[in-house]
Design a protein around this ligand. Structure first.
Ligand SMILES: Nc1ncnc2c1ncn2[C@@H]1O[C@H](COP(=O)(O)OP(=O)(O)O)[C@@H](O)[C@H]1O
Ligand SMILES: [Mg+2]
Length: 268
């Protein structure tokens, strides 16, 4: 007998099905499928030109794929523009950090919060006490996030006075301010020094411990292997492996892709 009280299985948080992206005659992403389960940290790696950034753009909604489908929490988002994905629970950081010059660190984090208020009111339309209360709450949440990324003492500084490592952390705090279920990071360690990279890795580990699901696109293989539960490896547009770091690092196709690439680089 069917037990009608059994809840439906939660299902994957994110699912790509046979996604293809063509640029003219070039197939940048070729029939790629993978899933991210709730609480999973998924890495996306591959040699230069493998199609990582293009895949990331499809997931974040920069452009729709040529074909294939993308689902988030079971809803089809394939053709949903980027700005409609944030209220659904998707948040991203940028490789080239896009923060607002002239604003403080805290104000930049507050920019990541949803502009709507209960009843769909914008803060600017609120009067007197309501408005002050809203602003106080927003500041409090912003400070909590800055505290989390270790930058509470810089809350009042102009954003342009921060180092690249600090800007990346502010960008993560800004992304977290929207209260996402999936945090997507595009090469978060790019340009960081060793100490900054370690600091970032520790923060991502803490986020993971708190149950945050993540998609991490990264060049730094060591970083990915230590930060992720599972890793998708791409090469020339296709997915060549998908498994735990231990599984993919002994995969012959993966080794060949990296060694082949290194050998090719050495000869140019
Ligand atoms: N907007 C675009 N127009 C045309 N070709 C592109 C575009 N974006 C990426 N490509 C091409 O798609 C392929 C995959 O690129 P990309 O996704 O940036 O790789 P990766 O991030 O793995 O280095 C490359 O051959 C690249 O030149
Ligand atoms: Mg790239």
């Amino acid at each position: 007998m069917k037990d009608t009280l059994t809840p439906a299985p939660a299902g994957p948080l994110l699912q790509l099905e046979n996604v293809v992206q063509k640029f003219g005659g070039l197939v940048a992403v070729n029939d790629v499928s993978f899933r991210i389960e709730p609480g999973e940290v998924k890495g996306l790696i591959g040699p230069n030109g493998a199609g990582k950034s293009t895949t990331f753009d499809l997931v974040t909604g920069v452009r729709p794929p040529t074909s294939g489908e993308i689902f988030f929490k079971g809803a089809r988002v394939t053709r949903q523009p980027a700005h409609t994905r944030s209220p659904m629970g998707m948040a991203r950081t940028f490789q080239v950090v896009r923060l607002f010059r002239g604003l403080t660190v805290l104000e930049n984090v507050q920019m990541g919060m949803h502009p709507d208020f209960p009843d769909g009111l914008f803060p600017a339309l609120l009067r007197g006490g309501d408005r002050r209360r809203h602003e106080a709450e927003s500041r409090k949440r912003g400070m909590k996030l800055l505290d989390f990324v270790g930058l509470a003492d810089r809350a009042g500084s102009r954003i342009e006075t921060l180092t690249l490592g600090q800007l990346r952390l502010v960008d993560i705090a800004r992304a977290l301010a929207s209260g996402p279920d999936l945090l997507m990071l595009d090469e978060p360690a790019a340009g960081l020094n060793d100490a900054e990279t370690r600091n970032l890795a520790e923060m991502l580990a803490l986020l993971k411990k708190r149950g945050m699901s993540m998609l991490l696109v990264e060049h730094d293989i060591d970083f990915i292997m230590s930060a992720c539960d599972t890793v998708v490896v791409m090469d020339r547009g296709g997915k060549i492996a998908d498994g735990t770091p231990a599984e993919v690092s002994r995969d012959r196709k993966v080794i060949a892709a990296y060694i082949g690439k290194r050998a090719a680089d050495a000869t140019v």
